[in-house]
Write a protein that binds this ligand. Structure first.
Ligand SMILES: [Zn+2]
Length: 82
């Protein structure tokens, strides 16, 4: 007899998975992963938007490094205070 890792109840042969867990017991984990993936996709979208705001990529820098340098340079200027 194989028991579910989540609820401890028996898993019938035809529905056996590796690791042993009921599909219904797995759903909360799947939903959590989907929410995390959605969050990462949104973050990736916003990050890409920032990176592609850099139109002049410098030869020895990645687009990320150029964007970061622009932000740091701009933020460090005293005239930036509104
Ligand atoms: Zn279960």
């Amino acid at each position: 007899m194989i028991n579910c890792l989540h609820c401890g109840e028996e898993i019938f042969d035809l529905l056996r998975t590796k690791p042993p867990i009921h599909f219904s017991c797995l759903n909360p984990y799947i939903n959590d992963l989907k929410a995390r993936v959605d969050g990462l996709e949104e973050t990736s979208k916003l990050y890409s938007e920032l990176l592609y705001g850099v139109s002049n990529k410098y030869p020895d820098e990645t687009r990320h490094e150029t964007a970061l340098r622009y932000i740091i340079e701009r933020e460090s200027k005293p005239s930036n205070a509104d």
